[in-house]
Every structure is written in structure tokens, then in C-alpha cells.
Design a protein around this ligand. Structure first.
Ligand code: BES
Ligand code: ZN
Length: 609
């Protein structure tokens, strides 16, 4: 099974353990490092090892302490550069060797964002965070950067002593750096085998506060109270997740609230979930991101997609579990409501990509495709829709959970492809093969656009959102007086999000309508990021010039790609705002997250720099 996103050959050899030393240099924005990989040969007579690298300077390679020759192969635009190591002796099958590599990262490493003090809440200290998923680990560690390979890791990180280092691992204590009295060495161990994309590091002036028996929330102190309040239900969610799918094996579940440029809503780094501060709504209403990342502790981190073509196995199952947790917290009607919302999100993504775009396949072909550019809600929501549809087909939530639990048991600590999943589904439901045979598998998995069938949804909580959006769509100018602030006040914030999502699927509203909407609902003042984001998009699409500055502000003050990319794109598509969108981006580019900057540049047809 070839991995189109990696140069390493997991069929020849696998990494069992990684021993790292990092020296984090904020002055030059590099990490000086050494990596020792314990590598097992799966074949006889292997004489060459290939590892993934990208923008790394390799200084030396030793194999079992013996100097080894190496070359950097031909560079690929997004895959990076294969590091080809000639072994000083041929390996026999099953033999293990230790490959030691001294190297340095580049200031433009796409896994890292180096923040100046001005870019932090505290304004006093620099900050560094990593984001390795999907294929960026190779920019900080020469490794088999392929999710089919799982290994344990140990890391010693030297950092300025006034800062704190955290990793996707268990803290193993810290000591003064014997080589520099201004520095400290933090140690970490990850004893559960993980794929490379789950390696994570943060260095900054962060503090911790205990939230529960296995949870500390880490953040700059300026955001501590807000964070501790927002995520107070974390332990409750963890318990619900355990009730659903079995014991939590990662020992700790800490949270890290990052600076606003963090490109994702959340990232399931083991032992330490990374979270965007844009979920700090003040009312816990966006905390389902935590339920989602908790769920990855089983689907993704234990059962892992073998290549990024099977990403839906990670995300579809995780969204399914996230919504089961929602169901336990807020009831079945709420789970159904979130499921409806997911279908709308899917429609939205299919519209943006185009209904014939092969990237809207549940299982896309990623040969010569940059995984970051292929990212969308499709694997999340088409994946969820398939599982939700199967749940209904096979006898309901309780029965389907039985399958999910044994799927996890069966494939924990392994990596899987869609065929493994499907085979197991047929084995588990062997008495219902006739039902499964009626599923249009090819339509679901290998056909672009919306799924071949729509599951059934309970519409109790969605109906009010649909009714209000219909009223706005159908309103004539003379009807605008019939709206009042109570329309929106009757909806929960979740329903308000849904109301706006539905409007975004419609033709743009006339500018008179969004102006009236502002008069009656005052959405310009809303802080909830999910509501604000949709509201601003709605206004730009209605060509309401007055919101251009507000949209630019939101696109630049935070960098979550889910918000920043569509906002920039919509502004670019509005004649009046295009130049401003491009110039604002160019002004901000050098301080943006590298991946976000690369993708916004593409979206705005600006040359890569
Ligand atoms: N693992 C993803 C984030 C990710 C995916 C990073 C692919 C890099 C490449 C994470 O679990 C996620 O899905 N986050 C969502 C949260 C949402 C679905 C609740 C996000 O970022 O919005
Ligand atoms: Zn996820």
C-alpha cells in the first residue's frame, strides 16, 4: 500500500522508537536537534533507508554509532526531500538499528510558527508552537512521516528558563541546562506508539490550572479565567467518551489554548489537545471542539488512517463520537440537530469545491495532491453522514455503537484503510449482509458530490432555523418591518449558527435585507466566532460595503483557517474589496502561520514567496 504523501517505505522498514533532543533558539528561529530512530527492517538485504525531510539541514548520520553516508534526493514541492541513507552493513529481516541524525530546522519550517512577543497576549515573551498534521512533521524531524508507522518517543527540550515547554506526551521532569545557565531542559515521554503527525511542541509563557483529575488547562495567564470556565466540562466529556467506547489509555488529557493564529479549531495531540482561542465564546457553547478532540483519543490516535486518502476514517468516526457525546450531554434531539447541521456543512463544501470535484470523494486520490490544499469538511461530514445512515440502516444507535467499540478494539494501535473498515463492518454485521449489500458503496466512497442517499433527521430543533431563514429569503422590501429582535432571541446560539448556515446556502440576500438584519439583530456586535464569521460572509455576499473592514479585521485578528480562508476568499470575490484583501494579506503575510499564508496566497492568486 503506497503512501502518496511520503517518500519513506513502510513496507521495507518501520520506526519503533524516536529519541529526540531539541534546542529551541528563538533568536535565529531554528531548532538544533538530534534524532535517534530505532528502526526495524522488514526485509532481508536492505542497504538503504529513506526518510522524509523538508527544509532540514542534515549535519551527520550514524548507524549503530558508525558514520553513514547520506544524500538528499530530489526535492518535491510539497512532499519535501527524501533523505537517502546508505547503511554501513546490510540488514536482515527483523534486525533493529539505531539511526542517529544531527540536524537543524529552517526558520520557514511549515510545522512551526514563531511568534514575536507582540503576537502574544502577554506581549513580553516569544512563543513557538507546532502543527504537524498532516505532513509537516518532516520539517522538524527526519522521519517516516507516514501515518502507517507508529512509534514511541522521548524528547529533551532545551529552552529559555523563563518559558515553559509542553509536548504531546507525559512530562518527565525538568532540570537546569548544564550547558547554559539561562536555559532549562524539559523531558517528555510518550509510551503509546503514535504516528509522526501526533508529535507536538509548544514553548511559551504559559501557565497551568487544574480542571479535573487528569486535566490541566495551559494558556497565557491573560486567557486563564476564560479558558478554565469554557472547558470546565472536560472531565464529564471524557467520562462520557469512556462510557461509549472504553478506557482512555493516554493517562493525561491536558488542554492548551493557543494564540489566535493557531490554524485549526483543535488538534488531538496525545495527552495535550491544542485549541484555538476562537472557541472562547464565554458561554461554553463551542466546547464541542473538545468533545471532538477527546474522541480522537480512540478514532485517529488509537485507530489511525493508514494514508491521508483514508482521512475520513479519522474524522468521520470522530465527528460521530463527538455527536454521541453531544447527545449524552444535551439529549438526542440535539444530536439530531447537529447531524442536520453537518449535512448543511457538507452541502456548503460541495458547493465550494464543485459537485464534480474528485476531492469531494469520501476516499480521494491524493497522488501529487497537497494534503493541506485538499482539506475540507467532506471527510468529516460525508464520513459522518455514512455512519449515521448505517446506524439507521442496521438497527439504531445502541447497535451501531457495538460495532464501533469492536472496530476500535480490533484496530487499536494499528493503521487502517477503508477496505479494512468495510470488511470488519461486514464481519460484525454478518447476519445483515443483505442490508449492507444494498448500500451504494461506490456512490458513497468513490463518487464526487453529495452522498447517494440522505439519512433521516429529527427536525425538532432545526425547524425554527429553517423557518426564520425562509422568512428572510422570501421577504420583499415591504416585509422588512415584520422582523424584530425577538426572532433571534428565541434561538439558541447553536440555532443562530444554523440559521446563518442555511442563509449562506441560498442566493445572496439583497443589501436592504442584511442592513435590516443588522438593525433588528445587531449581529455586528456578536463575539461568538461561529456566528460572527457566518454573519460577515452573508454581508459580503450581499455586497454590503460597510462590513469590509469588519471582515478584514476578523480575517487578520485570528488565523483559524476555517474562518480566515473563506473571509479572504469572499472579500476577494467582491470587486470593491479585492485590492484591499490582497494588500491586507501581503502586509500580514510574514507574521502569519506558514500553512495559512501558503493557502491564502493560493486562494487570492498571489505568488508564493
Ligand atoms: N485533526 C483535526 C485538525 C487537522 C486536520 C489538522 C487535518 C491538520 C490537518 C482536528 O481534530 C479537527 O478536526 N479540528 C476541527 C474541530 C471541529 C471538527 C470540531 C477544526 O479544526 O475545526
Ligand atoms: Zn478531528
Amino acid at each position: 500500500m503506497a503512501d502518496p504523501s511520503s517518500f519513506a517505505s513502510p513496507d521495507q522498514f518501520i520506526t519503533k522508537h524516536l529519541n529526540l533532543k531539541f534546542n529551541v533558539d528563538f533568536g535565529s528561529r531554528v531548532i538544533r536537534a538530534s534524532a535517534s530512530l530505532t528502526v526495524r527492517s522488514l526485509q532481508d538485504a536492505l542497504t538503504q533507508l529513506v526518510l522524509d525531510t523538508k527544509d532540514l539541514t542534515i549535519k551527520s548520520v550514524v548507524v549503530n554509532g558508525q558514520k553513514a553516508t547520506f544524500v538528499l534526493g530530489q526535492s518535491h514541492s510539497f512532499k519535501g526531500t527524501p533523505l537517502e541513507i546508505t547503511l554501513p552493513f546490510p540488514l536482515t529481516r527483523g534486525q533493529e538499528i539505531i539511526v542517529g541524525i544531527c540536524y537543524e530546522t529552517s526558520p520557514k519550517s511549515s510545522a512551526l510558527q514563531w511568534l514575536t512577543p507582540e503576537q502574544t497576549a502577554g506581549k513580553k515573551h516569544p512563543y513557538l508552537f507546532s502543527q504537524c498534521q498532516a505532513t509537516h512533521c518532516r520539517t522538524i524531524v527526519p522521519c517516516q512521516d507516514a501515518p502507517s508507522v507508529k512509534f514511541t518517543y522521548y524528547c529533551q527540550v532545551s529552552i529559555p528558563k523563563e518559558l515553559v515547554a509542553l509536548m504531546s506526551a507525559i512530562n518527565d521532569g525538568d532540570i537546569p541546562d548544564p550547558e547554559d545557565c539561562k536555559r532549562k531542559i524539559y523531558r517528555f515521554r510518550q509510551n503509546v506508539p503514535i504516528p509522526s503527525y501526533l508529535i507536538a511542541l509548544v514553548v511559551g509563557a504559559v501557565e497551568g490550572r487544574k480542571l479535573g483529575p487528569r486535566t490541566v488547562v495551559w494558556t497565557e495567564k491573560e486567557l486563564m479565567d476564560a479558558s478554565a470556565y469554557e472547558f470546565a466540562e472536560t472531565e464529564k466529556m471524557l467520562k462520557h467518551a469512556e462510557d461509549l467506547v472504553g478506557p482512555y489509555v493516554w493517562e493525561r488529557y491536558d488542554l492548551l489554548i493557543l494564540p489566535p493564529s493557531f490554524p485549526y479549531g483543535g488538534m488531538e495531540n496525545p495527552c495535550l489537545t491544542f485549541v484555538t482561542p476562537t472557541v472562547l465564546a464565554g458561554d461554553r457553547s463551542l466546547a464541542s471542539v473538545i468533545a471532538h478532540e477527546i474522541s480522537h483519543s480512540w478514532t485517529g490516535n488509537l485507530v489511525t488512517n493508514k494514508t491521508w486518502e483514508h482521512f475520513w476514517l479519522n474524522e468521520g468516526h470522530t465527528v460521530y463520537l463527538e455527536r454521541r457525546i453531544d447527545g449524552l450531554l444535551y439529549g438526542e434531539k440535539f444530536r439530531q440537530f447537529k447531524a442536520v447541521g453537518g449535512w448543511k456543512e457538507l452541502q456548503n463544501s460541495v458547493n465550494t469545491f464543485g459537485a464534480t470535484n474528485p476531492l469531494t470523494n469520501l476516499v480521494p486520490n491524493l497522488h501529487e495532491v497537497d494534503v493541506d490544499a485538499a482539506f475540507s469538511s467532506v471527510p468529516y461530514e460525508k464520513g459522518f453522514a455514512l455512519l449515521f445512515y448505517l446506524e439507521q440502516l442496521l438497527g439504531g444507535p445502541d447497535i451501531f455503537l457495538g460495532f464501533l467499540k469492536s472496530y476500535i478494539q480490533m484496530f487499536a494501535y494499528k493503521s487502517v484503510v477503508t477496505e479494512d473498515w468495510k470488511k470488519f463492518l461486514y464481519t460484525y454485521f454478518k447476519d445483515q449482509a443483505d442490508i449492507l449489500d444494498k448500500v451504494d458503496w461506490n456512490g458513497w466512497m468513490y463518487t464526487p458530490g453529495m452522498p447517494p442517499v440522505k439519512p433521516k433527521y429529527d427536525m425538532t430543533l432545526a425547524d425554527a432555523c429553517i423557518a426564520l431563514s425562509k422568512k428572510w429569503v422570501q421577504a420583499k422590501e415591504s416585509d422588512l418591518n415584520s422582523f424584530s429582535d425577538s426572532d433571534l432571541k428565541q434561538l439558541s446560539s447553536h440555532q443562530q449558527i444554523e440559521f446563518l448556515t442555511i442563509l449562506l446556502l441560498e442566493e445572496p440576500l439583497p443589501v436592504s435585507h442584511v442592513k435590516r438584519m443588522q438593525e433588528v439583530y445587531n449581529l455586528n456586535e456578536v463575539k461568538n466566532s461561529e456566528i460572527r464569521f457566518r454573519w460577515l460572509r452573508l454581508c459580503i455576499r450581499a455586497k454590503w460595503d460597510e462590513v469590509i473592514p469588519l471582515a478584514l479585521k476578523m480575517a487578520t485578528e485570528q488565523g483559524r483557517m476555517k474562518f480566515t480562508r473563506p473571509l479572504y476568499r469572499d472579500l476577494y470575490n467582491l470587486d470593491k474589496a479585492r485590492d484591499q484583501a490582497v494588500s491586507t494579506f501581503l502586509q500580514n503575510r510574514s507574521s502569519m502561520h506558514p500553512v495559512t499564508a501558503m493557502l491564502v496566497a493560493k486562494d487570492l492568486n498571489v505568488d508564493a514567496s
